[in-house]
Design a protein around this ligand. Structure first.
Ligand code: CA
Length: 225
């Protein structure tokens, strides 16, 4: 295992769980620090910004959602929310507050390490990176995959552009709607679903074996090669 030296801040009030995460992350070459009390998180990040924050949602004092919102007021540090709550609304709210990913308890520490690595890879590769096989021409509203035109409608083009601009990032349907329909018109979740369906079909025409737009159950969509 190679030492990455990257610093992961673990925000977790259950000491056993915090130490379990610490052990696994350190075995994988990360440096870690632990905060048990939610009220100290923002201050700690301002003093020394970690490479990633693992943020438990259920904390005494200040809850994880509030902390996430606070962090986003001054920092783009990647945040993975850790939650025992499975409600869709919590996951959505977390993503809308700017979390990069979430993990549901109970989890395997190995899964956490894998997610941490994936989110760090995304954030260090640069968030605007578009896969080389996909060409997006913003001025002409045209997209091509493997050199072949995708022939998209304006909404399909926007969807693809938003999703592909940040591969791996999960977008909720309402985040996608907000970005596509900036005239605040009321559209239902199913509108997005039906545009995604059409977009997928057009991608399949050019590249039948490639799944680029992935559904995240109960949450939304992400782009991944
Ligand atoms: Ca907790």
């Amino acid at each position: 295992m190679t030492a990455t030296g990257q610093h992961i801040l673990i925000v977790e009030d259950e000491p056993q769980l915090a130490h379990l995460l610490e052990d696994y992350l350190e075995q994988s070459g990360f440096q870690t620090s632990i905060i048990h009390d939610g009220s100290q998180v923002s201050q700690s990040i301002r003093a020394r910004e970690p490479d990633l924050v693992l943020l438990d949602l259920m904390l005494p004092g200040v809850d994880g959602m509030t902390i996430c919102r606070e962090i986003r007021e001054f920092s783009r540090v990647p945040v993975i929310m850790v939650t025992a709550r499975f409600e869709e609304s919590d996951r959505l709210r977390g993503l809308e507050l700017g979390a990069d990913d979430y993990i549901c308890k109970p989890f395997s520490p190995r899964e956490v390490v894998a997610r941490v690595k994936a989110v760090l890879r995304r954030s260090t590769e640069g968030s605007r990176k578009i896969p080389p096989t996909l060409h997006i021409d913003e001025s002409r509203f045209k997209a091509a995959l493997h050199g072949k035109d995708l022939d998209l409608t304006a909404v399909e083009f926007q969807l693809l552009k938003i999703l592909a601009a940040d591969p791996g990032r999960i977008y909720s349907r309402s985040q996608l709607m907000d970005q596509i329909y900036n005239d605040h018109r009321i559209v239902s979740d199913r509108t997005i679903d039906s545009h995604v369906k059409k977009l997928r079909k057009k991608i399949a025409v050019v590249s039948p074996d490639e799944e680029l737009i992935h559904s995240i159950y109960g949450v939304g969509y992400k782009f991944e090669c």
